[in-house]
Design a protein around this ligand. Structure first.
Ligand SMILES: Cc1cc2nc3c(=O)[nH]c(=O)nc-3n(C[C@H](O)[C@H](O)[C@H](O)COP(=O)(O)OP(=O)(O)OC[C@H]3O[C@@H](n4cnc5c(N)ncnc54)[C@H](O)[C@@H]3O)c2cc1C
Length: 500
């Protein structure tokens, strides 16, 4: 029987990070993935020769000494990751359709303050106060410095006040409030439900700069694979745990795989959705309070996505990827409500990819959507969906295409839809329980599932633990990794890797 120091369950960015961090610290690791391929939301697929990313598309924190830059440096994969920055002048654009107002958001908090004061000349104080608060929160939390991370960070006042409450205290200007809270679409929680601290940590790095990665999320997967091969890290795909045996004093001795194989390991670290973990854990060791807590977690928002190609035959030499969010109104709380039945917000991204040896513009459009939108077909499986679902899908594709062409009329005769995915598609291909994009809804005052589980040598990290998105997922693995490796050894390791 094989014996490991650590089993890591789930090979998305959280599991890859955890496995490599432990491997670099001399642990023998088994990485278990249910899908036929590793990578989770980082993976891409090709349709008609066109590459599409399943989940991850862009990130902040990649600038020199940004927290993602530092994490990649520590993991030894920074050299393999090639960022493609969105335009510095308009890294992120927001169009408020009810007001017909377009805001071009530059990179860098100082540029952003200046630009917003230009848009809202009477709101200088509110704008400064908002960004001062964001910067203060980030200076005190994990989103900036890898050396200062801890699993029990200091609790801040901003953990107990919502984004909505902060904005309402700062200003009465609806458009400014709408613009500052529209970023909540990038983590899928209403401004009235997210703490200001969590919002600040999620947005800070996006304010500083936004980058895509050459090759999409696969760029990360390839980089991790290269370093895995030099360490004692084994990967098993099409695999999942079915049982925990030899449990003494709440310590699991052996882990059983779906193949029936038994594995001994000192620890097992889950990086999958909390509700999936709840289903796997041996029920008799779980308190009612624990089960109720996990069962009560709600879903963050998801997307209905359409991917297409803009093939004009023109040269695209000076192309920079762009992102624009179309918001039908400034009431972001309403737009992020699963019961909202009006036109949803739509994020349109333009990227350059190589298709059949030729550079082509790819358009990925993401309309906010929720598990509730597809609940009528929740028991159906891919390839066997009923006609009602197919009609729903067709209708959304058609609406999204119209909105893309309305915003970019130049696409009228040359935009071709190649691929579409609903919340159900994401659920089934990413093995998530509900198809939401960012795991559980991280609500103000909520006690997320992070760190130790009720059995002593079982742990959890991942996108639902601390902060959503690629960066939050990786940070959760670093923080948990620190307590597994040991604070002193971890600090020495980080110090050495960041100095080199
Ligand atoms: C459409 C979409 C767009 C997004 N865009 C962005 C973006 O632009 N920027 C950003 O930062 N974030 C984005 N996100 C969110 C981001 O992708 C996630 O926050 C992050 O990738 C989550 O990583 P993870 O490792 O925690 O989980 P996942 O990537 O979900 O990985 C979990 C893995 O565990 C596997 N698994 C599940 N159950 C089991 C089991 N029982 N046993 C073994 N394996 C199992 C799954 O197959 C999967 O491979 C997006 C998400 C979606 C869906």
């Amino acid at each position: 029987m094989e014996k490991y120091n650590d089993i890591v369950v789930g090979s998305g960015i959280s599991g890859l990070t955890m496995a490599l961090l432990l491997g670099l610290n001399g642990h023998k690791v088994l990485l278990i993935e249910k899908n036929p391929r590793i990578g989770g939301s980082l993976t891409r697929f090709f349709k008609q020769g066109v590459p599409f990313d399943k989940g991850f598309h862009f990130t902040g924190g990649l600038y020199k000494n940004g927290v993602l830059y530092d994490m990649l440096t520590v993991l030894g994969i920074h050299k393999y990751i090639q960022p493609i920055y969105l335009s510095h002048e308009k890294a992120n654009c927001f169009m408020f359709e009810s007001e017909q107002k377009l805001f071009e958001i530059p990179s860098g908090i100082n540029n952003l303050r200046k630009k917003l004061k230009g848009y809202f000349p009477d709101e200088g104080l509110a704008i400064d106060r908002y960004f001062d608060m964001v910067q203060k929160v980030c200076a005190q939390t994990v989103s900036i410095d890898l050396r200062e991370i801890s699993q029990s960070p200091d609790v801040l006042d901003e953990d107990f006040i919502s984004l909505d409450d902060v904005l309402n205290k700062l200003t009465d200007n609806r458009l400014l409030k709408g613009l500052l809270s529209a970023y909540s679409m990038l983590y899928g929680v209403k401004p009235s439900e997210i703490s200001f601290a969590n919002h600040s940590s999620a947005c800070f790095n996006l304010y500083e700069s936004i980058a895509r990665i050459k090759g999409g999320g696969e760029g990360f997967i390839k980089a991790f694979r290269k370093n895995f091969s030099e360490l004692d890290i084994q990967i098993t795909c099409n695999s999942y745990l079915t049982d925990f045996i030899e449990i003494h004093d709440k310590h699991v001795g052996r882990f059983v795989l779906n193949t029936g194989e038994e594995i001994a390991s000192d620890r097992c670290i889950f990086t999958i959705h909390p509700k999936k973990i709840l289903k796997i854990l041996p029920q008799k060791y779980l308190s009612k309070a624990f089960v109720n807590r996990i069962s009560a977690f709600e879903s963050s928002a998801g997307f209905f996505s359409v991917g297409g190609i803009w093939d004009t035959g023109d040269s695209v030499d000076n192309f920079k990827p762009t992102m624009v969010s179309l918001c039908p109104s400034t009431n972001i709380n309403r737009l992020l409500d699963p019961g909202y039945t009006g036109t949803p917000p739509l994020i349109i991204m333009k990227n350059l990819e190589t298709v059949k040896g030729k550079s082509c513009q790819i358009i990925n459009a993401f309309e906010l959507s929720f598990p509730e939108h597809v609940s009528a077909w929740k028991d159906s499986k891919p390839g066997k969906r009923p006609s009602g679902y197919l009609a729903y899908k067709q209708q959304r594709i058609s609406n999204i295409t119209k909105r893309i062409i309305q915003f970019y009329p130049e696409y009228k005769n040359s935009f071709k839809v190649v691929n579409a995915a609903s919340v159900l598609t994401y659920r089934d291909y990413l093995h998530s329980p509900d198809g939401s994009a960012y795991g559980i809804k991280q609500k103000i005052g909520q006690y997320n599932l992070f760190g130790k589980l009720p059995l002593r040598n079982l742990y959890v990290a991942g996108q639902s633990s601390l902060m959503p998105g690629l960066l939050g997922s990786m940070l959760s693995s670093f923080i948990l990794g620190r307590s597994i490796i040991g604070k002193d050894k971890y600090n020495q390791f980080i110090g050495q890797r960041l100095c080199n």
